[in-house]
Design a protein around this ligand. Structure first.
Ligand SMILES: [Zn+2]
Length: 330
């Protein structure tokens, strides 16, 4: 099987962060909202660094104003992901943006997203699951309300709980209550750490939030004892190399620690994070990794098997996706 034909699993992906710029521009125009400053000369999103990325992200998200908009967004995003060979996608969903953490409103948004996902699955063969995500720089009180939304809607579609946003705001322990509630609801847990925060931020997420996976986590490479701990415990890193490079965390692909982490035995997966913001796609990620480190089909197949094991979906879904990962000629 060639690299381009490989079915792909993506576990670290923000729904609004995958919004095609043309869709956001259309919605802004229809609502007479001027967000022209977030686009560059080529019509794509224009961001230079992480603080600016957060601002642009919130500006783009501000034009998404109801469940119908999220249905359109979901359909557009899944069509694009399926075209990139993605067969299973877990995306971060934020009740902050979907109804302001009001449970009734959140259910309406979720219903619209799930309907669009079911239609996309029928049309393109891609399966979507949701990870409810609180926003770290919005603070622990809002995270509690977000966790309540997550716990109330946990099920076959909402399979996880996470935390995103500015990694330097507050401390993971401030969010322990929200994660405890999500864990009791049976949700899989993940936290952004070890991107802007150093190795200690990964240690804190593991000890204070007791997560199963770490979003990014790449800066664990700076602490050999932590790398060893990740190997021993089987914690999975959701690595998004293109995102890290676009935001200047590493100067180029060959400097990215993904290969050193893999060789050390850390379980890791590959995702796009917020693909149009970082001018990337799953195909680009795979191509660049193959160029930089000589990764072949076997390495990518192994990474997709790790991702399948680490997915938060139920056993039936996992079995169905496993079949899609098998080579067609076996
Ligand atoms: Zn992310």
């Amino acid at each position: 099987m060639s690299l381009t034909a490989l079915p792909r699993i993506e576990l670290h992906h923000h729904l609004e962060g995958a919004a095609p710029p043309a869709l956001i521009r259309d919605m802004a125009r229809a609502r007479h909202v001027d967000i022209s400053g977030i686009f560059g000369p080529d019509g794509g999103y224009f961001c230079r660094d992480f603080p600016q990325f957060l601002d642009i992200y919130e500006a783009a998200t501000s034009v998404l104003q109801g469940p119908g908009d999220y249905a359109r967004l979901t359909a557009a995003v899944l069509e694009q992901a399926a075209a990139q060979g993605v067969v299973y996608l877990e995306t971060f969903l934020s009740p902050d943006f979907c109804g302001g953490r009001d449970l009734t409103a959140w259910r309406e948004y979720l219903h619209a997203i799930e309907e669009a996902a079911a239609a996309a699955e029928a049309a393109h063969g891609i399966t979507l699951r949701g990870i409810v995500t609180c926003i770290r720089h919005f603070g622990p009180d809002k995270a509690r309300q977000t966790a309540l939304c997550a716990a109330e809607t946990a099920g076959p579609f909402i399979v996880g709980f996470g935390i995103a946003g500015n990694e330097t705001a507050g401390h993971p322990r401030d969010f322990a209550w929200a994660f405890d509630m999500a864990r009791e609801a049976g949700l899989g847990l993940t936290a952004h750490a070890g991107e802007w925060g150093g190795p200690q931020s990964v240690r804190d997420a593991l000890s204070d939030l007791r997560v199963d996976r770490i979003g990014h986590g790449v800066r664990a490479i700076e602490d050999p004892a932590l790398v060893e701990h990740l190997v021993e415990t089987g914690i999975v890193l959701e690595i998004c190399p293109g995102s890290n490079i676009a935001l200047g965390l590493y100067p180029d692909w060959r400097s990215h620690p993904i290969e050193r982490l893999r060789k050390a035995g850390v379980k890791l997966t590959v995702s796009t994070d917020d693909p149009p913001f970082f001018r990337t796609s799953m195909t680009r990620e795979y191509d660049r990794l193959a160029d930089a480190f000589g990764w072949d089909e076997d390495v990518f197949a192994q990474i997709n098997r790790v991702a399948l094991d680490a997915a938060f979906c139920d056993a039936d879904t996992r079995a169905a996706i496993a079949k899609k990962l098998e080579p067609a000629d076996v």
